[in-house]
Design a protein around this ligand. Structure first.
Ligand SMILES: [Zn+2]
Length: 274
C-alpha cells in the first residue's frame, strides 16, 4: 500500500510494508507494532526528545476525554465536510495525541466521504499515543518545518494550536486545497488566567498572515465550561501557561471547588489559489 507521506531523505514515494516504510531508493524506516513510523531524521532534531513530553500529553488526553473540547472537534469536522471533495486526502499537522485526527476520521467516514488521513507530530510520545492498531490513519514522527509529504498532495491540512509554517503548508496543499487553522480566541481560558495571575490578560487573536493562501472564512466557537480542580489541573498542564505559572498560583487551582472559564476558538479557513 502506498503512503501519504514521502521519503524524508530523497522525497520518493513510500510503500507501507508490515514492518517498515520504504522508498524505491531503498531508504527504509521502521514501523512500530502500532503502525506509526519515525520519519524524523536525526539532523532535524534540536533535542533528544523534541516536542511535548509524556506527562503533558497524558494530561491532554485525560482532559480531552472529558469532552469539553468536543464542540471544537465537531466544528473542525464540519468545516472539513464543507470544504473537501469526496475521498479527500487530509493532513493533520502537529497532531499531538491524535484527538482531532480521530474525530475528523470518524466524522468524514460517517458522511461516507472515504477520507485518507495522515497525522504527524515532532513528539514521538504524541504519535505513539495517537496510533491505533488496524486504524486506516497513518501517523508519523516528523517536523512541521520539513514535512515528509509530496508537493500538491492534500485537499485539506489541519493546524490546531500549533506554530504556523507558511512555506511547508502551502507546498503540501493541492491547488484549491484548504487549510483549517485553529487559534485561541480573545476570551479563551480567561477564567483560568484570572485564578492564576494577578493581572490576567485577554488573547490578542493575532496570527501569522499566510503569504500565498487566501483567507476564506473565520468561524468563532465560544462556550463557558465548569471544571473540577482535577480537570482544571489537567487543562493547565496542556497549555503553554503550565511553564509560566509559579507553584503558588498552581495551589490556587488545587483549592478551588470549581473553575468556571470561557473557552473560545477561531477556526480560520484559507485556500491555496488554483
Ligand atoms: Zn528515499
Amino acid at each position: 500500500m502506498s503512503s501519504l507521506f514521502c521519503c524524508p531523505v530523497c522525497g520518493g514515494a513510500l510503500e507501507i510494508n508490515p514492518q517498515s516504510y520504504s522508498c524505491p531508493k531503498e531508504h527504509s524506516f521502521d514501523r512500530a507494532s502500532k503502525g506509526y513510523v519515525n520519519l524524523l531524521l536525526s539532523n532535524q532534531k534540536n533535542s533528544r526528545e523534541p516536542g511535548d513530553d509524556a506527562d503533558c500529553l497524558r494530561a491532554r488526553r485525560r482532559f480531552l476525554t472529558y469532552g469539553f473540547y468536543a464542540p471544537l472537534a465537531k466544528a473542525i469536522g464540519q468545516a472539513a465536510l464543507d470544504y473537501t471533495p469526496q475521498a479527500p486526502k487530509v493532513l493533520d499537522c502537529c497532531c499531538g495525541e491524535g484527538y482531532y485526527t480521530h474525530f475528523l476520521l470518524d466524522m468524514l467516514q460517517d458522511h461516507d466521504r472515504q477520507p485518507q488521513i495522515a497525522g504527524f507530530d515532532i513528539s514521538k510520545h504524541g504519535v505513539k499515543m495517537a496510533a491505533r492498531k488496524n486504524c486506516p490513519t497513518e501517523f508519523a514522527v516528523a517536523s512541521a518545518f520539513r514535512i515528509p509529504a509530496p508537493d500538491n498532495a492534500f485537499d485539506l491540512a489541519l493546524l490546531c494550536f500549533a506554530p504556523y509554517c507558511d512555506g511547508e503548508l502551502t507546498r503540501v496543499l493541492k491547488p484549491g486545497g484548504v487549510l483549517i487553522r485553529v487559534i485561541p480566541g480573545k476570551a479563551h481560558l480567561y477564567g483560568l488566567k484570572q485564578v492564576l495571575y494577578d493581572h490576567p490578560y485577554k488573547n490578542d487573536e493575532k496570527s501569522e498572515v499566510p503569504t500565498v493562501l487566501q483567507p476564506v472564512e473565520v468561524r468563532r466557537i465560544s462556550h463557558t465550561i465548569r471544571l473540577t480542580s482535577d480537570q482544571a489541573i489537567d487543562l493547565l498542564a496542556m497549555t503553554p501557561y503550565a511553564y509560566r505559572t509559579d507553584p503558588r498560583s498552581m495551589h490556587r487551582l488545587h483549592d478551588l471547588p470549581e473553575l468556571k472559564t470561557d473557552i473560545e476558538f477561531l477556526i480560520e479557513i484559507f485556500r491555496k489559489p488554483q
